[in-house]
Design a protein around this ligand. Structure first.
Ligand code: NAP
Length: 313
């Protein structure tokens, strides 16, 4: 039986609608959450991401500001800008779009963001809050993964979870969230021995690697839930054939655009997994929805309210 497809677009819409209702309730009390996005220079991919974030703010009623320092900005200039945003009371969330230009000390800039406004959840203080199960800001993509599992009624407690990838942005926080939700968690990386064998133990397999279609059917226990965080672009026709031969819809996209998106999970996994997030339309849409959630959460926490994650409210 083919895997149940976990529809991230639908779940993200649900969360955005909940956030919009929350924003309306806050407006009635005279509060409007505000997000500042700092976009340095002119990287096309970053500009597209930021456009999506600003549009999402408009849709849910969050105030947004885009700050666009030039590509030549120095660490000191960005620190001054962050300090200013930290001081402004109407700004609840500060997001520094990565990557920053090479002359900038990105770690120093991220460390300067007030942890209470750190809607990306990357500040070491928030990392510590997450690992010690204290209230704080949790990174958007990892918490989005948890929302998909919980809203799809996939049990987590007591399950074997394997996370492939140990980045600060995805792998480690996903593993921490799964641990906090009482899964038994294994983290894998490029030095893991017998990766396929370890992955086959998983009831829940999370792929956050950045390698097109690397997780093939021999990595997956029949019936497992597979969450594909990867976002890779296929432009080579031979590679396209290897992954998508016979997929008419994708063939048309490839013909028109010269590229298609693929996750870290090979399409053949749909024949083995019990449930699977598609790419596109799986984890991706959750990232922006959770950014909206985090901005409202920051606005509330800064005003002394405690905010549980949406599906645990
Ligand atoms: P990253 O920082 O490059 O980390 C990749 C991880 O995968 C590393 O821990 C690396 O191991 C591991 N890895 C690489 N090759 C491997 C191999 N052959 N076998 C086992 N492990 C291997 O990437 P990231 O930022 O976590 O992102 C991962 C993927 O998620 C990317 O495709 C990215 O585009 C995507 N992503 C999607 C969203 C979204 O909204 N959907 C958000 C963020 C990221 P080492 O630590 O040993 O090097």
């Amino acid at each position: 039986m083919p895997a149940l497809i976990l529809d991230g677009t639908k779940i993200a819409q649900q969360i955005r609608a909940e956030v919009a209702a929350e924003v309306r309730a806050m407006a009635a009390a005279g509060v409007r959450p505000g997000l500042a996005v700092v976009l340095v220079g002119h990287k096309t991919a970053s500009e597209i991401y930021v456009r999506g974030k600003v549009k999402a703010c408009e849709e849910v009623g969050v105030h947004s500001e885009k700050l666009t320092p030039p590509e030549t900005a120095t660490t000191q200039e960005l620190l001054a800008l962050i300090e200013d945003l930290n001081r402004r009371d109407e700004i609840d969330g500060i997001l520094v779009q990565l990557p920053l230009p090479p002359q900038v000390d990105a770690k120093k800039v991220l460390l300067a963001v007030d942890p209470a406004k750190d809607v990306d959840g990357f500040h070491p203080m928030n990392v510590g809050f997450l690992s010690t199960q204290r209230p704080g800001m949790v990174p958007c993509t990892p918490v989005g993964v948890m929302e998909i599992l919980q809203r799809s009624n996939i049990p987590v407690a007591g399950q074997e979870a394997v996370v492939v990838g140990r980045s600060d942005i995805v792998g480690k926080p996903v593993a921490m969230l799964l641990t906090n939700a009482n899964a038994t968690v294994t983290i894998c990386h490029s030095k893991t021995r017998d990766l396929a064998g370890v992955c086959r133990r998983a009831d829940i397999l999370v792929a956050a690697i950045g390698r097109a279609g690397m997780i093939t059917r021999d990595f997956v226990k029949p019936g497992a839930t597979v969450i594909d965080v990867g976002m890779n672009t296929v432009t080579d026709p031979a590679e396209f054939e290897r992954f998508f031969a016979g997929d008419a819809r994708r063939e048309e996209t490839f013909r028109k655009k010269g590229s298609v998106l693929i996750g870290d999970v090979h399409p053949e996994v749909a024949e083995v997994a019990g449930a699977l997030t598609p790419v596109p339309g799986g984890v991706g849409p959750l990232t922006i929805a959770m950014l909206m959630f985090n901005t409202v959460k920051a606005a509330k926490m800064r005003r002394g309210e405690r905010v549980p994650e949406p599906s645990r409210a």
